[in-house]
Design a protein around this ligand. Sequence first.
Ligand code: 6PG
Length: 480
Amino acid sequence: MADQATAQIGVTGLAVMGRNLARNLARNGFTVAVHNRSPERTRTLVAEHGDEGTFVPAESLADFVAALERPRAVIVMVKAGGPTDAVIDELVPLLDAGDIVVDCGNAHFADTRRREEALREHGLHFVGTGVSGGEEGALLGPSIMPGGSAESYRKLGPIFEKIAAQVEGTPCCRHVGPDGAGHFVKMVHNGIEYADMQLIAEAYDLLRVGLSAEPAEIAEIFRGWNSGELESFLIEITADVLAHTDAGTGRAFVDVVRDQAEQKGTGRWTVQIALDLGIPITGIAEATFARSLSGHADQREAARAAFGDVGEKWQVSDREAFVEDVRRALLASKIVAYAQGFDQIRAGSREYDWDIDLGGTATIWRGGCIIRARFLDRIRQAYDEQPELPTLLVAPWFADTVRDGVPSWRRVVADAARAGVPAPAFASSLAYFDALRAERLPAALIQGLRDNFGAHTYHRVDREGSFHTLWSGDRTEVEG
Ligand code: 6PG
């Protein structure tokens, strides 16, 4: 039981993520107060890992708070939504002005903004913090994305920067921006994670069908890719998952898993918010919808029964060239997904006045998080050199890579379409690229139609102002 304030930080909520974060803090030399609603978990943590550092276990929230040095810093690691609000409501009366409440769950940034405002009225700091890296990351070094006030970061920064993943001596943690900025950036991280995973899955599918290859062979291809520009955590674990054999059946693991992908909601939030901000994150949206589609088993069964196999027979003649085409298409599509994600962060930052540093965001995603990848360092460099870059696609290395990949990208998407193999994220990323670089888009016709049926007016290419054509009259043009 805590009888004096010795702990530099506390963690309440000791399910696996909370427990691992607490252990990471203790292993890094911080004295950590620990608390869980049912005290059994607190006892287990101390019994199993008490020798890893200094834990101050507390059975009541009041004792937990009393164990903390001032200004107190409390990490709340409970389920997003109602449970987080319930813990905050219990905590607030026990805290004093200047204390800091940190929410490290996957909260919606709008909830974080609301909580930050409410706690500010009590003189408290509320710090919505994105934490990525799963269970292992929480223990060994995650990527940490704290929002909240600059003042709160003065206390939290040295702690979080120490427990975060380190890349070439730089911690994968920095103050992202005020109030909900940290959770917003984590949300977009997850959106990109969805796109990355969907693109990897499509690449696997294309290789499997195009080459008539077994998962273990494809694992080797991914393993090879992981030593080049595609090097990333997700490519690495793709090779692992594809190479895994199911012990019970002796079949490839990937063949005994139901082909219905689930989601907890962060990808969906990313798409919803992108719609509100008017940012076309088509790759992320396609990936999110692809998960939904996979879950519609009844529709899939009905369509399969109605149409069967209507694709053309697909025969890859040059296997090596095809593998290289898929690799280039994957890299180009991945660049599109990251370009779109960073566009969304910039738009959110402008909308909410967060002043988020895009290069800095790429810096803290280089290690620890699920989307950590070699090319995040190139993204960091691109935005550091040109913070107002119109789109990542035009930064020199990205432009060259995409340009080099275009013929492969087109071949892969066209082959997939002919063979009837769905590659929605590949195809939509290519369409996004083509739309962005088009001299003229058919949006002009859409404007004409809107004006025709709804007098919505249009702008001309040759004169300023807005105009309307009297479509049901003599078709003269008037100023709108
Ligand atoms: C991370 C992950 C983590 C988790 C998400 C996504 O950054 O560590 O993104 O937050 O994997 O919950 O899960 P869903 O796929 O269920 O949405």
